[in-house]
Design a protein. Structure first.
Length: 367
């Protein structure tokens, strides 16, 4: 599939320069239609054939597609609703003791910070923030911060600056200190190839509704086998249970213990199709196009306004403006969608493979 073919399948782009995929990406028709077909088949046909069998087959297919896409074994991935859902389930499943330490960076999305704050309030743990500068982590400061941590949480690609963090290196430092590592990878998956196990992290959370261009409600959580066996999910359902007898049960030995019960088949089917779209496009095509377009955007901006690196790292480009909220509203009125972010005087543009040079120029003209 060529990027032009993909764009033609996205009715939402007909009159809008959509440059906000880092928040949520629009889906092409074939993804929406796959979700619709799955729901119609489930509700109209499966009552005669077995509704649970149909649902489980859809879930199994989505789990396999997500796992294959990130280089993981199928049983090491659990389906969730979102990145926030996955991070929250993982953090809540740990056996926290008063005095335990959790470290996250000062660039984390609330998906990563709220679950940490929750266990701080409920379990009396310490939450420590590793400071960054310009979207980068100081290795020495990071090593000091994680020295006595039990869990370290950080993003593979910062949502504020679009910088790529050295995930494997940061994981190794945390492991040397005896800490487990949870990575938020939602801004990476769909932008470029990633292999979760190769990072060495103990868990990685992601979702399909951003750069994978899938539907809302389709997330996935990778958990390394040795870590999964230590975790007790706060909610237990039949999909997470290996066997049960007279009310007693045994959790599945792998990441699937985090799956609960009755889920939505539409988002799961849409995730499978969305991953197929990305793989059909190919990451060589995706990254080459995004790099060209972000270079075009950065060349048209005041270089002193850039918060993102001048050299290409991702499709996220942040820069300063005098009044972010007013700027976002004014651009929306001009048919250009971007967003503000909680960094002083900053807005963020997300450039994906379906975008065009005309989208970028429309933004620059409106600015």
């Amino acid at each position: 599939m060529k990027p032009e073919t993909l764009r033609a399948e996205m009715p939402g782009l007909a009159e809008t320069a959509y440059l906000n995929t880092g928040a949520a990406g629009p889906s092409p028709r074939r993804v929406v239609e796959a979700s619709e077909r799955a729901l119609e088949r489930f509700e109209y046909e499966s009552p005669a054939e077995g509704m649970y069998d149909e649902a489980f087959a859809t879930f199994d297919e989505a789990r396999a597609a997500a796992a294959d896409h990130v280089g993981a074994d199928h049983d090491d991935v659990a389906l969730t609703e979102s990145t926030t859902d996955g991070v929250g389930r993982l953090v809540a499943a740990m056996d926290w003791q008063p005095g335990d330490v959790v470290v996250h960076t000062d660039l984390e999305h609330p998906a990563g910070t709220f679950p940490c704050e929750r266990v701080r309030r409920l379990d009396g743990i310490e939450v420590r923030v590793a400071e960054t500068e310009g979207g980068r982590i100081d290795r020495e400061a990071y090593a000091e911060a994680v020295a006595d941590a039990r869990l370290v949480v950080f993003s593979s690609l910062t949502w504020t600056h679009g910088t790529r963090l050295p995930v494997a290196e940061l994981v190794e430092v945390a492991h040397d200190a005896g800490a487990r590592v949870l990575v938020d990878a939602v801004q990476s998956v769909g932008q470029g190839p990633v292999e979760f196990p190769a990072w060495g992290a103990d868990a990685v959370a992601a979702a399909g509704h951003k750069w994978l261009m899938g539907p809302w409600g389709a997330g996935f959580l990778y958990v390394a086998p040795d870590f999964a066996s230590e975790l007790t999910p706060p909610v237990v359902g039949y999909r997470g249970v290996a066997d049960a007898d007279d009310g007693d049960y045994t959790l599945r030995p792998d990441a699937r213990r985090f799956e609960v019960g009755t889920g939505a088949v539409g988002p799961a089917a849409g995730l499978t199709e969305a991953i197929g779209v990305v793989e059909e496009l190919g990451y060589d095509s995706i990254t080459a196009r995004v790099e060209r377009l972000t270079d075009r955007l950065k060349a048209g901006l005041d270089p002193d306004s850039l918060r993102s690196p001048r050299e290409y790292e991702s499709g996220l480009v942040s820069f300063t403006v005098d009044d972010p909220e007013t700027t976002v509203e004014r651009l929306a009125d001009a048919g250009v969608r971007i967003r503000s972010i909680p960094v002083e005087d900053t807005v963020r543009v997300s450039v994906h493979v379906f975008n065009t040079a005309e989208d970028v120029d429309r933004l620059l003209d409106a600015l």
